[in-house]
Design a protein around this ligand. Structure first.
Ligand code: ZN
Length: 148
């Protein structure tokens, strides 16, 4: 579980197949203790005493570039640094495989014809496919790993 400001990091964790939820708003006890099984990830040192009092697992990241933060998390949680693309980037839900025919009405014609590996988020209904954005994501990930 990440503080709201770390949304970019949460998105990347999801791309790597990690179950990462975002705090909806400011850090507050009610929201944080709702998920006792999760590690709360934040850059806020000033609330550390509260985290201890709330009895939660937490990790304080340096206020650095998100790429540096992602490297730290990959090392800390021993995350396999590959694009899994099995979770919804937006809502963290696990994606379901769907066939080309099933997406026909929902994606542009070009995507229908040339897209591969179609998946659907059962929560928000977003359709994903492996297209031109995929090499770009891989490049960005390589960059991140290169700076680790
Ligand atoms: Zn979704």
């Amino acid at each position: 579980m990440l503080e709201a400001d770390l949304h970019r990091l949460a998105h990347w964790l999801r791309l790597l197949g990690q179950d990462a939820i975002l705090l909806p708003g400011d850090i507050n006890k009610a929201d944080v203790i709702k998920h006792p099984e999760r590690v709360f990830i934040t850059t806020s040192r000033k609330l550390e005493e509260h985290f201890k009092a709330w009895g939660i697992d937490y990790l304080i990241l340096p206020k650095e570039d998100w790429k540096v933060q992602l490297c730290l998390l990959i090392k800390y949680f021993q995350i396999e640094p590959v694009l899994k693309l099995d979770r919804c980037y937006h809502c963290n839900e696990r994606l379901l495989s769907i066939s080309r025919e099933e997406v026909k009405e929902r994606v542009p014609k070009k995507v229908y014809l040339y897209g591969r590996n179609f998946t659907l988020c059962p929560y928000c209904g977003k359709v994903y496919w492996r297209g031109s954005h995929y090499p770009k994501l891989r490049r960005t990930l390589r960059e991140v790993l290169g700076s680790c």
